[in-house]
Design a protein around this ligand. Structure first.
Ligand code: ZN
Length: 146
């Protein structure tokens, strides 16, 4: 469910308002992406991947269970950065895109030792950073990026 007049491009920073605006759920739209099918063990392509920090429930706790998504095979078991399809990332909320929040975006993807690239908002750079968060898996060094 996109906000009107918007079309997503890979590298777009998107967010949804959750629980009536109680908090924003952020993600990076990466477009085509590979996800693993747990049934076959093979990677399959999805058209509308989003890398995001898996959401919290309304009590601020990590969700412990979510039925497996038929498109991206995502199941929610813990709080971490995940790659899912667009549907899983917004969970029925309207998606907005950051248009002028380049500073926030740079801040979001700030990681140690990469100061020189802060100002870049090139889509491929953004996507690369999103993937680097995805592959870190551990949240300890991530300051709630999404
Ligand atoms: Zn999904």
């Amino acid at each position: 469910m996109m906000a009107t007049g918007q079309e997503l491009k890979p590298g777009d920073h998107i967010y949804t308002k959750c629980f009536g605006g109680l908090y924003d759920h952020h993600g990076i739209y990466v477009g085509k992406a590979k996800v693993k099918n747990p049934r076959t063990g093979k990677k399959e392509q999805i058209e509308n991947g989003v890398i995001h920090l898996l959401g919290l429930d309304k009590n601020g706790k990590a969700k412990t269970y979510q039925p497996q998504c038929p498109k991206c095979f995502h199941e929610s078991h813990e709080l971490r950065v995940v790659l899912t399809c667009l549907d899983c990332s917004h969970e029925g909320n309207t998606i907005h895109r950051y248009e002028y929040e380049v500073l926030l975006l740079s801040f979001t993807f700030k990681s140690s030792g990469s100061c020189s690239t802060f100002t870049s908002s090139e889509p491929d750079v953004v996507i690369k950073r999103a993937y680097s968060f995805l592959h870190k898996k551990k949240l300890r060094r991530i300051q709630l990026p999404f």
